[in-house]
Design a protein around this ligand. Structure first.
Ligand code: FEO
Length: 404
């Protein structure tokens, strides 16, 4: 992997992670993720953000540094915008290779350096708006942007190139390969990254949407020409694209989102599925986009992404032992944790001897500000009347979303 020139004194050095490991130990990344670091050269040399040693990331970044005549020992300042270990996990090894570099982070970030890595020498806590002069006219400014994605987060600004180094903000899943800039990808590849950006946002950032809006507002006075996140591509041709994308995603947290429906369903013996098929007929009659996910077969990572951007939701599940179908209980727990607010929801399902999902469902969605249409539940297989009512309910949900 070589370094990529962002300007005549700024370089991107990234590692592509291809692994069966889960991101954060939760989220699948079958098409990888990139861990991006950046080099700024003045008289002194700064490295912005580190990585965890995953898929030989340290070798990948070492090779990229070597391509511009540097090594880890050449670094004078290590700037840690964010201390989550995907950007800092290799810090002790870095310190062994480079005992002299000063490590800069916010005060909260420096506390994490001490507690995660047991380091206490050569640390500097920087304040909001503080600058770092690298010499030769290269001056970096730090802006605190808390909770994008943890409380200690900041971004780094370089005014000559107009580059904001934003760490998790404006990031995406998806390995980059041998390209890094937005203008180097085909429309099909950009569409892939847009989907992976939404999935990344919904999985990692969605609970912090209010802070995303606040952070973007804070940076709005800067003449940004390049957005350089620590996951995903560098936006130099159309930096506004990714900023607007993040603003749109942040707005979904308040609801309503896009005029689409996400259908999530589980069925033990096919009775709930029969009812769902009728609901789908109703939705299709209104020609509104919908996605469909079976649980527990599909991973919640993709379900979360589609749900996050949809205004409407169908939850189809049988009663299981006097309560909700357990995979649905898990999905709803993730929705609560990720602040999946403001959906219009149709819940349906079959029961055998006795119902019981309702009480647990209502407790699970408390606080999510969902508008629940009348739920439809039936004993055993749906009869002709049930199927007609289910189709009508699907039609009504679709109409409500279109009108919303
Ligand atoms: Fe990419 Fe919150 O770490």
């Amino acid at each position: 992997m070589k370094a990529y020139s962002i300007s005549d004194f700024i370089y991107g050095v990234h590692a592509d992670i291809e692994t069966t490991d889960l991101f954060e130990g939760i989220w699948p990344i079958p098409q990888g993720v990139s861990l991006n670091s950046y080099v700024i050269k003045g008289e002194k040399i700064a490295l912005i953000d580190l990585f965890r040693d995953w898929s030989d990331a340290s070798d990948q970044v070492a090779n990229a540094l070597a391509s511009i005549g540097l090594n880890f020992g050449s670094i004078d300042y290590l700037i840690l915008n964010h201390l989550e270990p995907d950007h800092s996990g290799w810090l002790r090894e870095f310190r062994e290779k480079n005992p002299h570099a000063e490590i800069l982070a916010t005060a909260k970030g420096i506390n994490l350096v001490k507690s995660f890595f047991n380091l206490d020498q050569g640390l500097r806590a920087v304040k909001d708006g503080e600058t770092l002069d690298l010499g030769k006219g290269k001056i970096l400014t730090f802006f605190e942007t808390p909770n994008i994605h943890w409380p200690e987060t900041m971004v780094t600004w370089e005014p000559i190139s107009g580059t904001v180094f934003s760490c998790d903000a404006f990031g995406s899943f998806g390995a980059l390969g041998d390209r890094i800039f937005d203008d180097e990808f085909t429309p099909e590849e950009l569409a892939f990254f847009e989907k992976e950006t939404l999935r990344y946002y919904a999985n990692i950032v969605s609970s912090f949407s209010v802070f995303v809006e606040r952070g973007i507002q804070k940076l709005s006075g800067l003449p940004i020409r390049v957005v350089a996140p620590s996951h995903g591509m560098v936006w130099r041709k159309k930096p506004k694209t990714i900023i607007d994308q993040y603003l749109r995603y942040a707005s979904y947290a308040k609801g309503p989102a896009e005029k689409e429906i996400t259908v999530i369903w589980g069925s033990m013996y096919g009775n709930t599925k029969q009812g769902l098929d009728a609901v789908i007929r109703g939705i299709e009659s209104q020609e509104i986009p919908y996605s469909i996910h079976r649980i527990p077969d599909e991973n919640v990572s993709w379900i979360l992404a589609d749900t996050y951007k949809s205004a409407g939701l169908v939850l189809a599940m049988p009663t299981y032992e006097y309560a909700m179908f357990p995979p649905m209980a898990y999905v709803l727990d993730i929705f609560r944790r990720k602040h999946i607010y403001g959906k219009t929801v149709l819940r349906i399902g079959s029961w055998g001897w006795v119902g019981g999902a309702k009480k647990e469902y209502e407790a699970a969605i408390e606080g999510l500000k969902w508008t629940n249409l009348d739920a439809l539940e039936w004993a055993g297989a749906p009869n002709t009347g049930d199927l007609a009512a289910l189709e009508e309910a699907g039609r009504n949900l679709a109409k409500a979303i279109k009108a919303g």
